[in-house]
Design a protein around this ligand. Structure first.
Ligand code: NDP
Ligand code: GDR
Length: 329
């Protein structure tokens, strides 16, 4: 059978790595892209492949989802599209719910109503565990602490429901934080590594952050998209946690990132309460033993290695940009 994947969120960090992976594996890849006044395809621009097709649509527009599923007849659907910023979800709770909760329902309904035989992946998140203490696994109770986390809990359970009610091969990957040089600039790891590069190159002398005590389980996005694909290849639809199993504070991530560039974070990091959330998730550390036992998946990159590779990538691209600017006539 031809392998045809539909990816929502293809212009995001994970969508771009997943598109590369699926093309390598011989898939025809279809991506849903939103209409913007300027093109925002920097993460996928480098992919030049006739098997990659982009279609306008939106998770808040059910008609576009129905039409796309009917047109493409995908064999696998990866629902990665979301308003994915936790802090922003407090400022845009209704939009976040429409995209991250009802959007999943719209997509599942489009698949069910079309009657096609396809496998479905939902991008669930460790944010669903919220205030339940670590270690968190597939059996840990959900207690979300943001409109984002609550919306994702809805999507998680509606995915389970479509599996049970309609026998759809639908799985949720409960992924802990995963980062890369393609991470959005307003998430804390990338904000730190961009800050390190700017300070090292003399563009600025400080970086403003919020809560440094939060503990996260940071892994490398490229490895996590491999896990998403593996979940859809298994015989049985099941939910899995993907994580490294190691917790690191934001403070320690700063130490790794600044230290790698020969800087002391304490000389440069300032605090601003406006970056705090109305309710915080204190500690997320995942137990991914099920994914290891059933799928053979294991995270390979720890937070310190990740910090180094992200700092190197940001220094490299910023240096190139500065050189390019100075060479301009
Ligand atoms: P990004 O924020 O990098 O990408 C989000 C993607 O969703 C973008 O392509 C964005 O499009 C798209 N999108 C946003 N709103 C809509 C909408 N209304 N309709 C259609 N598409 C939309 O996220 P990541 O790649 O980091 O994460 C991928 C998924 O995994 C998300 O669902 C996220 O919530 C979830 N997740 C992420 C984790 C992480 O650590 N990265 C951990 C656990 C879960 P555009 O480019 O147009 O803005
Ligand atoms: P998170 O990631 O909320 O875990 O969600 P983020 O990087 O935004 O925050 C991690 C922790 O760092 C603290 N923090 C700051 N965060 C940001 N963004 N900016 C700051 O200046 C700052 N200072 C401190 C935060 O308070 C928090 O504790 C990410 C997203 O990718 C979600 O989509 C995904 O579901 C989860 O990871 C797992």
């Amino acid at each position: 059978m031809d392998k045809r994947a539909l990816i929502t969120g293809i212009t995001g960090q994970d969508g771009s790595y997943l598109a590369e992976l699926l093309l390598e594996k011989g898939y025809e890849v279809h991506g849903l892209v939103r209409r913007h006044s300027t093109l925002n395809r920097s993460r996928i621009d480098h992919i030049v492949d006739p098997r990659l097709h982009l279609h306008y649509g939106d998770l808040t527009d059910g008609v576009s989802l129905v039409n796309l599923v009917r047109l493409i007849e995908p064999t696998e659907v990866y629902n990665l599209g979301a308003q994915s910023h936790v802090k922003v979800s407090f400022e845009m709770p209704e939009y976040t719910a429409s995209t991250d909760a009802v959007g999943t329902l719209r997509l599942l309904e489009a698949i069910r109503a079309s009657g096609i035989d396809c496998r479905f992946y939902q991008a669930s998140t460790s944010e669903m565990f919220g205030s339940t203490p670590p270690p968190q696994s597939e059996t840990t109770r959900f207690h979300p602490r943001s409109p984002y986390g609550a919306a994702k809990v809805y999507s998680h359970w509606v995915t389970v429901n479509y599996r049970e009610a309609y026998d759809l091969f639908a799985v949720s990957g409960i992924l802990f934080n995963h980062e890369s040089p393609r991470r959005g600039e307003s998430f804390v790891t990338r904000k730190i590594t961009l800050g390190v590069a700017s300070i090292k190159l003399g563009i600025t002398d400080h970086l403003v952050l919020g809560n440094l005590d939060a503990v996260r389980d940071w892994g490398y996005a490229k490895e996590y998209v491999e896990g998403m694909w593996q979940m859809l290849q298994h015989d049985e639809p099941q939910d899995y946690v993907l994580a490294t199993g190691i917790g690191t504070t934001v403070r320690h991530f700063c130490d790794y990132a600044f230290g790698h560039a020969g800087l002391d974070w304490q000389d440069h990091v300032r605090y601003d309460a406006s970056y705090e959330r109305p309710s915080e998730v204190d500690a997320l550390i995942g137990d991914a033993s099920k994914a290891h036992d059933v799928l053979g998946w294991k995270a390979q990159t720890d937070a310190e290695t990740l910090a180094r590779l992200m700092v190197d990538a940001d220094l490299d691209s910023m240096e190139r940009l500065l050189r390019h600017r100075s060479e301009r006539p």
